[in-house]
Ligand binder design. Sequence first.
Ligand SMILES: Nc1ncnc2c1ncn2[C@@H]1O[C@H](COP(=O)(O)OP(=O)(O)OP(=O)(O)O)[C@@H](O)[C@H]1O
Ligand SMILES: [Mg+2]
Length: 253
Amino acid sequence: MNSEKYISHTVMSLISAKGGVGTSTLTKELAIAFSKDVSVCLVDMALSCPAQETLFRILPTRTMEYLFKHKTGDLSPLSWQDLEPYLTPVPGRNIHLLSAKQVKGAYPLPLNRIIQLISSLKAYFDLVLIDTDMASTDVSAKLVELSDRALLVTDDTECSIKNNQRFRRLLTQKQISYDHMHVIANQIRKESQMYSDQEIEALLHIPVLVTLPYYDQVWKYNNSYLSLYEDPVSPLQPSLSSLVDRLFKLLEK
Ligand SMILES: Nc1ncnc2c1ncn2[C@@H]1O[C@H](COP(=O)(O)OP(=O)(O)OP(=O)(O)O)[C@@H](O)[C@H]1O
Ligand SMILES: [Mg+2]
């Protein structure tokens, strides 16, 4: 292990109020990058379209909905024995994946179970990294509250910025601090009206940590064992690398 890069019992979420902006891709890349130095539990809370099992090309044996079936009313921390059957190791990497079934209707996990789950996982991993979507805004808001750092992913469209502004206002209404939030600006389209970092910061009142370039081959990395972070020739490599360095610094306690 590289002793200069060390964090422990840390929670970080990637959140976006608009779909299809690269949240899952970036969560996968961050899991790979952080796993070089620390143990990572990747939790797929993007329940309207859980993508991590596809991105890592693995098939989880059990999904998280069943974790609580024998735990009626019991909110005490889950043991490793409780958790382990649901965690699928990613071959060759210091990553365990906790996945969920896709949901169409109501979110299957109540907030108190999510708190129980995340705080339990935290005890066994250096980093709990969470991929979310807006399947439940309440859940996303709770994850912001539970996280040491929360990364708000946006593309360069008005729609994405507006949805994220709405989400940020919801945090204010719920009196959830977003001082620990940062923006990742991801350019997912070639033709771009990319807002400048200053414009995004002014619109969202959240600092931009990194701006990622458009790359028409990202899908190739999403459908193979390849990683943008590990590929020195991928145009996203330099910005992902500096993002990881900055996050390590921010997460060091
Ligand atoms: N920087 C980029 N340049 C070009 N394409 C990108 C970039 N980042 C992501 N993409 C592409 O955008 C699409 C959406 O990515 P991804 O599934 O990660 O987004 P998401 O926000 O998790 O979406 P969902 O709402 O379905 O959960 C994918 O096809 C991915 O290849
Ligand atoms: Mg996703």
